[in-house]
Each structure stands twice: as C-alpha cells, then as structure tokens.
Write a protein that binds this ligand. Structure first.
Ligand SMILES: Cc1cc2nc3c(=O)[nH]c(=O)nc-3n(C[C@H](O)[C@H](O)[C@H](O)COP(=O)(O)OP(=O)(O)OC[C@H]3O[C@@H](n4cnc5c(N)ncnc54)[C@H](O)[C@@H]3O)c2cc1C
Length: 392
C-alpha cells in the first residue's frame, strides 16, 4: 500500500468487521430498519453494534467514541455506507450534532443532550429549510425568534427536518437580528419537541418512499434563554460548521452505496447471457464496469484528500465542495448502470437497486444543491487559480 493511499492494517481489520456487520446484520433487514414503526429493529441493531465494539468509531474519544481520524474513518464510513440504516445502527449519525453541542453547547445543554445523543438514546433533528424560501440560501430564511423576558418566542414553518418522527429536540435556525450584517442575523435554538406550539404536521413521502423527514410548524414556541445554542447571531456560522464536514461523511456513505451497486453490476455481467455471449464480454458493458470503477476510485481519492485536509486543520471547503458534486453524480451513475444491466429486475423491489436509486437522487439536492457547490468551486478557482487549485 502506498503511504497515504490505503488503510493501515488495524483500520483494514476494523473496516472488514464493519463490513461483515453491515452485510450480515443490517442488509437483511434494511428495508424495514428505518421505518417509523420499526424503531425497535434499529435499536436492536444498535445494541449489537455496541456489543461488537463498533459503536461511534468516528466520534472523538472524549465524547465516548472510537477517536478515529477523518482519514481512517473514511474507510469505515465507506463500509458502513453499504446499507442505508447502517450509519444509525453504528452510531455514526450523531457525529456532526455531537461536535456542535460539544463546541457551542453550555454545561447544561451538554449535560442534557450530549451523552444520550452519542449513546443513541435520543435523536436530534435539524430544521433549517423552509417551504417558502430557497433552502440553498440560508440568508433568506423567515422563521423568527423574538426576545422576551427570560427567553425567546419562535414562529415559523420548516420542512425536510431530519428525524421528525422521533427527535427529542430539534436545532431550529431562526432570524434574531434582521438588521445585523447578513452573517449575524441567524441564531440556533435547541427546541425540545414537546414544547407547546411545536408541531410535526406530517412526515414527508419522497420519490415514492416514506421518510423520517418532517414538516414543522412553530407557533409562538417559547423557550428559555438557555435553549440558545452558541451566541446570539452565531446561527450562520453554526450552520456552516454543521453542514461542511457532514458533506464528507455523506460522500463516504455514497461510496459504500456505489461500491455495492458496482458489485451487483459485475455479478450480473458475468452471469447473464444474451445475444451469443455473457454481458461481461460485450464492449459496452465493459465500459460500464471500467468507468464506474474509475469514478468510484476518483471519488475515494478526492474524499481522502478532503479528509486529510480536515485532519491537518487546513481549509477544506473547496475540497469538500468538489467531493459533494462529484460523489453525488458518481453515485447516481453507478446505481443507474447497475439497474440497466439487471434489465427489468433492476426496477423491481426484489432487488435493493430501485430503493438505492431513489435515495441517490436526493444526494444532488441536500447539503447544498450541486449547482451551489460548483458555484463555490468555480468562484474560488476563477478568483486565483494558481493558489486555489487543489494541486497548487
Ligand atoms: C433527503 C433530504 C434530507 C434533507 N435533510 C434536511 C435536514 O435535515 N434539515 C434541513 O433543514 N433541510 C434538509 N433538507 C433540505 C435541503 O437542505 C434543501 O432541499 C436544500 O438546501 C435545497 O433547498 P430547496 O429545496 O429550498 O431548494 P432551492 O434552494 O429552492 O433550490 C432549488 C434549485 O435551484 C437551483 N439553484 C439554487 N441555487 C443555485 C445557484 N447558486 N446556481 C444555480 N442553481 C441554483 C438548484 O437546481 C436547486 O436544486 C433535506 C433534503 C433532502 C432531499
């Protein structure tokens, strides 16, 4: 293994254990494990991951995690990504929120939320996006939080809020300072979901599938001062910090999905016979195999490079934006080709590919639509290509 381009022996061994756990414990129940009415199943998987020593491997040790670097965790995240519920089953879903609470939460907030969050005993949602305004531009959001004696009153309408079916609290981004500079207008609040006036109106169905994403109403929701996360006006910075590295962890997951689709593509190609030969012997199918493998490996290397920058404390924003749109496209194409070589079976829910494809379509939208990331990359490069190019 060339230094920097592969996992160490220890990480390889850990990755193989994660992969075995995912393939044998999670994949057989994956269609059910994220269903709102099967939270018991997810809890069982979580308990087994803990018992196997595979829980929260990427969380810092001081938060009760495995303390892996981002580079080392890339290999683990890739193995975990093979099956959609595995991220939560392995306790990886709380990493960004846990880091946020550790950094911005005060003593009381950390005591109340942090340990149970990392332990998987409670879920936190994130409510930024609103139906009425462009979610890709948080500066235009409309939900307000007005100061009152001893606290705040929040009013607003959110949707695509994560874990809306089970969250104990939601991090709500709201406008507190409409006349401040654009980057100081928002604040973040930890709102317990049983606060009067907080209502989950419905769970959203996306591309034919039920989801845990919800539409919320906040109708004169009153929270005390100590529910403000970080300083007043820090919401924009908090949102950036929450979303930035998250994109990299999503890319790891997408790599796992793409690798699984690639394996299915190959198995089908070497077993299906049509028009006088196996599919694997046809040039066009060989092109699918070669191009999919090249795109997966290119994305892995981009991901590892961004992870290395994060670990080194460098500015990784350009690298992460590149990963975001490259990985989302790669994921889509890998699953699309796997469906294609499976013919009609690829569309049926006898196989996992149709579900994977529906999930993959969302990748080009969430954590910032691809267009926004391409805009960020292009602006930085056009500004000063010699300094800002990742190979500079
Ligand atoms: C599966 C999933 C999970 C999600 N989870 C959460 C969550 O937990 N919390 C949360 O708050 N939100 C969540 N979201 C919402 C997501 O963050 C938003 O959908 C996203 O930010 C885009 O906002 P929007 O949908 O309002 O689209 P808009 O901002 O209205 O953008 C629509 C389209 O306009 C185009 N566009 C926008 N800006 C540009 C530009 N600069 N240049 C060119 N074209 C552009 C793009 O094609 C874009 O897709 C989730 C969404 C999905 C699909």
């Amino acid at each position: 293994v060339v230094a920097g381009f592969g996992p160490s022996e220890d990480i390889r061994e850990l990755r193989d254990r994660v992969r075995t756990f995912v393939d044998t414990e999670v994949v057989p129940v994956e269609a059910e494990a994220l269903r709102t009415d099967r939270q018991d199943l997810l809890r069982e998987l979580m308990a087994r991951a803990k018992a196997d020593g595979l829980w929260a491997l990427g969380h810092p040790k001081e938060l009760g995690g495995g303390g892996l670097t981002t580079v080392d965790y890339t290999y683990i995240g890739e193995a975990a990504g093979r099956s959609a519920p595995a991220t939560a089953a392995l306790g990886a879903h709380t990493l960004q929120d846990a880091l946020l609470l550790a950094r911005y939460g005060d003593g009381g907030q950390r005591d109340r939320w942090l340990d149970p969050l990392v332990a998987g005993d409670l879920f936190l949602g994130v409510a930024m996006t609103e139906p009425e305004v462009a979610g890709s531009d948080p500066k235009v959001l409309r939900t307000t939080a007005d100061p009152v004696a001893g606290g705040w009153v929040l009013d607003g309408h959110k949707w695509f809020t994560s874990w809306a079916d089970r969250a104990a609290a939601v991090v709500v981004f709201a406008r507190t300072d409409p006349t401040a500079g654009l980057e100081r207008q928002l604040s973040a609040f930890l709102v317990p979901t049983d606060t009067p006036g907080f209502r989950v109106e419905r769970l959203l169905t996306t591309m034919g599938g039920p989801s845990t994403l919800g539409e919320l109403r906040l109708d004169r929701v009153r929270v005390p001062d100590d529910h403000l996360l970080g300083e007043r006006g820090a919401g924009f910075a908090i949102a950036q910090e929450r979303l930035g590295p998250n994109r990299l962890y999503e890319a790891m997951r997408w790599l796992g999905q793409a690798e699984r689709a690639f394996e299915m593509l190959c198995v089908r190609a070497v077993t299906r016979y049509a028009h006088g030969s196996l599919l694997a012997e046809k040039g066009e199918i060989q092109r699918y195999v070669a191009e999919t493998a090249a795109a997966i490996q290119a994305t892995r290397l981009l991901t590892l490079d961004a992870a290395r920058r994060l670990d080194a404390g460098e500015d990784a924003r350009l690298a992460i934006s590149m990963v975001k749109f490259q990985a989302a496209r790669m994921l889509h194409d890998a699953i699309d080709r796997a469906i294609q070589v499976h013919g009609a079976a690829g569309l049926s829910d006898d196989l996992p590919l149709e579900r994977m494809y529906r999930d993959a379509r969302a990748a080009r939208l969430y954590d910032g639509p691809d267009e926004v990331h391409r805009m960020v990359v292009a602006r930085r490069l056009l500004d000063d290509p010699e300094t800002n190019a990742p190979w500079a």
